[in-house]
Design a protein around this ligand. Structure first.
Ligand code: HEC
Ligand code: HEC
Ligand code: HEC
Ligand code: HEC
Ligand code: HEC
Ligand code: HEC
Length: 274
């Protein structure tokens, strides 16, 4: 009981100091080094008083921290640098501080989730690293990318990320839709003549989601060629009839006679290549 109320008063004192400091214009600050400003555990990730928790509750705003920790977070009047721990370019404002690791996209997401089956992690790295079915897909295909943490529209008070498709992209079709994890009518997933216009689920981790035949062709067939070939003229489609020809006999810059991609930059690039 005693401990709880002690902790409580420390938190209140810290919050008062914090609020007070934010209001100060320039001079006559209480000497910050004489008080334990933040209370117990502010630098301890296991503590309920960890600074990341406070920052999250303040809609990820770290600008007030600069008042004592310096304009570049290197110590300031507090003489405690953020950069000892946040040692990437721009310190705490580095793109991977709040989300991302190998790049700025999840994992980790804003709640530290790492599994692709969580919607806020999803198929990010499958798109961003590329290399299996096509080239890497840039962030800007799906989001307005902020130049800095303070860019307008980035941290906007809506906790959920905005998905804004790039209307200038070769992949963009006017009726492309993102709705709560489901993605419909995207060019990449078959919104083209003889394509399957597959509706994708962002956090679907089953292998068949991107198997040959899922975007164009017929996934139930046996060979890769039969799976991948779009509806032919003889089937009521408009793709030339194969008549036994290999894909490579016409699309020889994209794929070889063993159905291996020769040049991934020509697959899912917005143009039918031969
Ligand atoms: C009123 C001035 C003031 C403000 C504003 C302030 N701090 Fe501090 N901070 C300090 C001082 C002084 C220390 C030194 C240790 C102590 O007294 O708690 C410190 C220490 C820390 C530490 C521990 C560092 C270590 O190496 O142990 C962290 C983490 C920290 N602050 C983060 C923040 C964050 C994040 C913000 C903004 C949300 C912030 N501070 C805002 C004054 C401030
Ligand atoms: C003693 C090391 C240490 C110091 C000093 C430190 N941090 Fe952190 N900070 C961390 C750790 C650890 C995390 C959690 C990282 C994670 O979860 O991947 C973190 C997380 C954060 C986050 C992410 C919040 C979120 O919810 O995603 C921000 C922003 C941040 N710190 C800002 C600051 C600022 C500003 C300062 C200086 C005023 C500071 N930190 C000082 C270790 C530190
Ligand atoms: C193929 C489309 C696509 C690409 C490319 C993409 N994203 Fe996303 N992003 C999404 C979707 C879908 C969501 C989930 C939105 C939701 O909450 O429904 C999302 C969510 C996010 C979130 C929110 C995470 C959270 O915890 O809520 C961040 C941050 C993010 N993306 C950053 C990035 C960055 C940075 C890149 C590039 C390095 C990138 N994304 C590339 C589609 C994409
Ligand atoms: C201090 C924490 C923090 C840092 C640092 C940060 N972000 Fe974010 N980012 C967020 C939050 C919170 C969201 C989602 C909530 C929202 O939209 O308000 C987000 C969302 C995004 C999204 C999804 C689109 C959107 O705006 O919703 C992208 C893309 C993104 N961030 C890229 C970046 C890039 C690039 C950087 C580095 C320049 C960066 N972020 C640095 C907290 C951060
Ligand atoms: C994620 C959706 C998707 C999957 C899965 C997919 N494709 Fe494609 N494929 C496309 C798109 C989109 C095109 C349209 C042309 C373009 O943009 O390259 C295409 C076109 C082709 C072409 C025509 C040449 C060209 O221009 O690219 C061949 C050949 C092809 N795919 C073979 C395959 C094979 C073989 C597989 C299975 C290993 C496969 N595709 C799986 C989306 C997909
Ligand atoms: C006889 C030449 C020929 C062969 C063989 C051939 N294609 Fe095509 N393919 C074409 C032509 C021509 C187009 C463009 C058709 C159009 O403009 O509608 C095309 C277009 C495509 C497209 C885009 C969708 C469409 O129908 O326009 C895909 C996907 C594709 N081919 C995949 C394949 C695959 C997979 C194979 C092997 C199983 C294959 N093609 C074999 C000539 C061929």
């Amino acid at each position: 009981m005693k401990n709880t109320s002690l902790t409580y008063s420390i938190i209140v004192a810290a919050l008062l100091l914090f609020a007070g400091c934010s209001d100060l214009k320039n001079d006559k600050a209480t000497n910050p080094t004489t008080v334990s400003v933040h209370g117990e555990g502010f630098a301890n990730p296991k503590s309920a008083n960890f600074h990341a928790v406070l920052i999250k509750s303040k809609n990820y705003d770290t600008q007030a921290c600069k008042q004592c920790h310096g304009g570049d977070y290197s110590g300031g009047t507090a003489e405690k640098s953020c950069l000892t721990c946040h040692n990437k370019p721009n310190g705490p404002e580095n793109c991977t501080t709040c989300h991302g690791s190998v790049n700025a996209a999840p994992p980790k997401d804003l709640s530290n989730n790492t599994s692709p089956s969580v919607l806020t992690v999803g198929a990010h790295q499958k798109h961003l690293l590329g290399g299996i079915l096509g080239n890497a897909v840039a962030c800007k295909e799906c989001h307005t990318v902020p130049a800095s943490v303070l860019s307008v529209g980035h941290i906007d008070g809506v906790a959920r990320a905005e998905v804004n498709f790039d209307t200038l992209s070769v992949f963009y079709k006017s009726n492309v839709m993102y709705n709560d994890g489901s993605c419909a009518n995207t060019y990449c997933h078959g919104n083209f003549t003889n394509g399957n216009a597959k509706v994708m689920t962002w956090n679907d981790t089953t292998a068949s989601a991107t198997e040959c035949g899922s975007c164009h062709g017929d996934i139930t067939k046996t060979t890769l060629a039969d799976k991948a070939v779009p509806k032919q003229v003889s089937q009521g489609g408009s793709h030339p009839n194969l008549n036994g020809a290999a894909c490579s006999s016409c699309h020889g810059h994209v794929i070889n006679s063993s159905m291996q991609f020769l040049d991934l930059s020509k697959h899912i690039n917005g143009t039918i290549d031969f």
